[in-house]
Design a protein around this ligand. Structure first.
Ligand code: ZN
Length: 443
């Protein structure tokens, strides 16, 4: 791509991002290196003993007549959480291309998924070679605040359809959301038991229960999940780390979130490869295009995981985690908006009754069911059963979490809390409309 075109593309993208932030009533962030350094230094100073945070907490406690010493365990937790995040961010390479409104870490994660997919050219399979050779310099991966966990594939405004560029954009909150969600699920799973229980289930042992790999009794994942959902649905932002995670879960959690990010990016590549951005919107029901993109996205994900040596029975883990995240958001939004109890059973019933005209994506459970079906039709029965076990575990865990968390959101509804609106401005665009130069008018 020539330099002038690259620059025009970046300008268009920044314009759309600014509109996105203003639509959601958020101030656009500044990720220039100086601003990031200054902010990091400020945050480190704020959590130090005697720093801003401690002063604030002590003052608040004193005002309420509580002994400030009671805040000590909480302050210790916050400091440990900040130190843990700092340790993880140290030594990370900086992405080559900066984007003033996007977190360098997010761009790094996105570009890593693109590299994984581009490596499919090495398989020599004609469909991969053809698609990824063509797309190699055409796709920009970046962030756009939308209030949705789903990504978007877009044709930038004013693109020549004969020689187009594409954007794949994810809400910046996606990264923190999936980071927390994978840690929460990994904290609640006895993953040593998971391996051998899944294998026993795979060979036909019906006495094995998914609940045998759930670590009951630990309140920690529940509190984290509650914070996560409330921050995203009510405030539209990512969670704040108030406590460090147990580091023994990190390799399992990391594997899950890497798979989830790959699947979400591959789904968006699926839209591009299927030609959904060129098709007229009326040609196909949007939610059919979504299911189609899921299938293509899954085939790409599976091919990458196969190339990387991930065993078949664990390959559905990341997609299952992502769909459970979507289901939790759907349930939280529903309860906060209506005050009516809602659960996975209700989502299942809604999935069976078909899409509503207002739905941009099919429900998380429809998508999850289609993917499992696709997996089962391509893998031997024992591998399919093992994969089914892991997906079943994620569903059981989600139910267990929700039995405890759901009632809290009904109380919050009574207290007047409502979900932040999702930015609907571009829904429909994903399936074919061109982004208008004046996106305020596009709907
Ligand atoms: Zn889609």
């Amino acid at each position: 791509m020539d330099a002038a075109r690259t620059q025009r593309n970046a300008q268009k993208l920044e314009k759309i991002q600014r509109i996105g932030y203003s639509r959601l009533g958020l101030t656009p962030p500044d990720y220039s290196p100086d601003a990031v350094r200054e902010r990091d230094a400020g945050a480190t100073a704020a959590v130090r003993p005697g720093g801003e945070l401690e002063t604030y907490v002590y003052e608040t406690y004193s005002r309420k007549g509580i002994d400030p010493a009671a805040a000590q365990p909480m302050l210790t937790d916050v400091r440990a959480a900040v130190a843990q995040l700092d340790r993880m961010h140290q030594n990370l390479p900086r992405p080559e291309r900066g984007s003033p409104l996007s977190h360098p870490q997010h761009l790094l994660i996105l570009n890593r998924q693109r590299e994984r997919l581009q490596r499919l050219i090495g398989t020599g399979l004609p469909e991969f070679v053809e698609n990824f050779s063509y797309l190699e310099h055409r796709v920009t991966l970046d962030t756009l605040p939308t209030g949705e966990l789903n990504g978007r594939a877009l044709l930038p405004p004013g693109e020549n359809p004969a020689d187009p560029l594409y954007w794949i954009l994810l809400d910046p909150t996606f990264f923190d959301f999936i980071y927390f969600l994978s840690n929460v699920y990994a904290s609640a799973i006895d993953f040593k038991a998971l391996g051998w229980l899944a294998r026993r289930f795979a060979v036909g042992d019906e006495s094995v229960r998914t609940t045998d790999c759930i670590r009951f009794g630990d309140e920690r994942p529940l509190r984290d999940l509650s914070d996560l959902l409330q921050m995203f649905v009510v405030h539209g932002t990512g969670p704040v780390a108030l406590r460090p995670f147990e580091e023994r879960i990190f390799s399992f959690a990391e594997a899950l979130r890497n798979q989830a990010a790959l699947f979400v990016v591959a789904h968006e590549y699926g839209h591009i490869i299927r030609g959904d951005l060129k098709a007229q919107q009326s040609q196909q029901a949007p939610w059919l295009a979504e299911l189609g993109a899921d299938i293509v996205g899954w085939r790409l994900t599976n091919a990458v995981l196969n190339m990387e040596g991930t065993s078949p029975e664990t390959r559905l883990g990341g997609a299952a985690l992502f769909f459970m995240g979507l289901a939790l958001l759907e349930m939280t939004r529903h309860e906060l908006a209506t005050g009516e109890p809602w659960n996975l059973g209700n989502l299942e019933a809604a999935a069976l009754s078909g899409p509503k005209p207002s739905d941009s994506h099919p429900t998380a459970l429809t998508r999850r069911a289609r993917l499992t079906h696709e997996f089962e039709s391509h893998f031997p029965p024992d591998q399919a059963r093992a994969a089914e076990f892991i997906v079943g575990l994620f569903i059981d865990l989600t139910n267990q979490f929700w039995i405890r968390l759901g009632p809290n959101f009904l109380v919050l509804h009574q207290k007047g809390q409502r979900p932040k609106p999702v930015w609907k401005g571009y829904i429909g665009v994903e399936q074919g409309q061109n982004v208008s130069e004046t996106p305020e008018e596009a709907n």
